[in-house]
Ligand binder design. Structure first.
Ligand SMILES: [Mn+2]
Length: 318
């Protein structure tokens, strides 16, 4: 893998055409913001660009990111494949797995980035991938319209939890300030993404919180979301962000763990830390990864054994 600078990446993109941009599965605001902004900027520069994703964005993202523009495949002519905010090519999802070995350039900010493309622009100090895309668009002299500013601002807010996470740097604030100056509708974006909650989500939260457990003397809080519960409350996977952040917010809790059932014996684990403990290290033990304050992995087996293995790994770090 050859690591490119922002300038080299700008030239790389300016010298090519017929782009296919790939988001990661279960898309969040950062991969969507990066993808939509890069795609629209390339189009404005007179190039052909498509954006695809394994899954459609959740309800709260659909107001900002037009879902009808996002498909899981394309028939367009493809010359250059770029992934955005994808830490590992497995995270493209099954529908996009055909592109795993065709990616020319990876633009990412994950500390756990596992190289999969011949060229990469990886800035592990960027709180959000959208920070990198913003710099890249400036370098390409692309016009950052209000629409693009909205996309990029939403990505930064998503990955920084509205500037709350410890990955935030002075540069994060400066870029967000630039985006607001360019017209980003910060009030509406933050309201839609972080305040609005559906009645179904609230019902799910209520049910899940009834079974919340504490471990390690109250330093760890854990909740489980079963498929049965999702079915009963009709909440989709993409609407679980609010509840994923909940256990970590409890006083004295240093690690919040959310166990989400994916299949009969498959569980997706999301870990959030208050920043003192690097949860990506814990998740790496289970072939997962992420950031210091937010990471994930997948465990297989029955729920009791999944919890036991997880708690064993967590106890080790205290
Ligand atoms: Mn990201």
């Amino acid at each position: 893998m050859i690591e490119l600078t922002i300038r080299e990446t700008a030239d790389f993109l300016l010298n090519r055409d017929h782009f296919l941009i790939l988001c990661h599965r279960n898309p969040d605001g950062d991969t969507l913001g990066s993808g939509y902004a890069l795609r629209n900027a390339l189009r404005a520069l007179g190039k052909q660009a498509q954006l695809i994703c394994n899954d459609l964005p959740g309800r709260k993202f659909s107001y900002l990111f037009p879902t009808e523009e996002l498909k899981s495949h394309t028939d367009a002519r493809i010359e250059t494949v770029v992934s955005v905010d994808v830490a590992d090519c497995n995270l493209l999802g099954s529908a996009l797995s055909v592109y795993q070995n065709r990616i020319d350039l990876a633009i990412d900010h994950h500390r756990s980035h596992r190289p999969f493309a011949p060229f990469a622009l990886v800035d592990k100090n960027a709180a959000a991938n959208c920070e990198i895309i913003y710099r890249l668009l400036l370098e390409m002299k692309a016009e950052i319209t209000k629409e693009l500013a909205d996309f990029l601002y939403a990505g930064i807010m998503t990955d920084t939890g509205c500037f709350c996470y410890r990955n935030v740097t002075p540069a994060t604030h400066r870029i967000a300030a630039d985006l607001i100056a360019l017209g980003a509708d910060f009030g509406e974006i933050n309201h839609q993404l972080f305040e609005v909650i559906s009645q179904r989500e609230l019902l799910l939260q209520k049910k899940v919180l009834e079974d919340l457990t504490y471990h390690c003397g109250g330093k760890v809080a854990m909740i489980t979301i079963t498929l049965d519960l999702l079915h009963k409350t009709k909440v989709s996977e993409s609407e679980l962000d609010g509840i994923t952040a909940l256990p970590r917010k409890i006083e004295g809790v240093e690690i919040g763990i959310v166990i989400k059932q994916r299949g009969e014996e498959e569980y997706k684990i999301s870990m959030r830390s208050s920043g003192l403990i690097d949860v990506s290290k814990i998740c790496e033990k289970f072939q997962g990864g992420g950031h210091v304050g937010a990471a994930g992995c997948t465990l297989y087996g029955d729920l009791d054994s999944v919890k036991e293995r997880l708690l064993y790994a967590v106890e080790e770090v205290f």
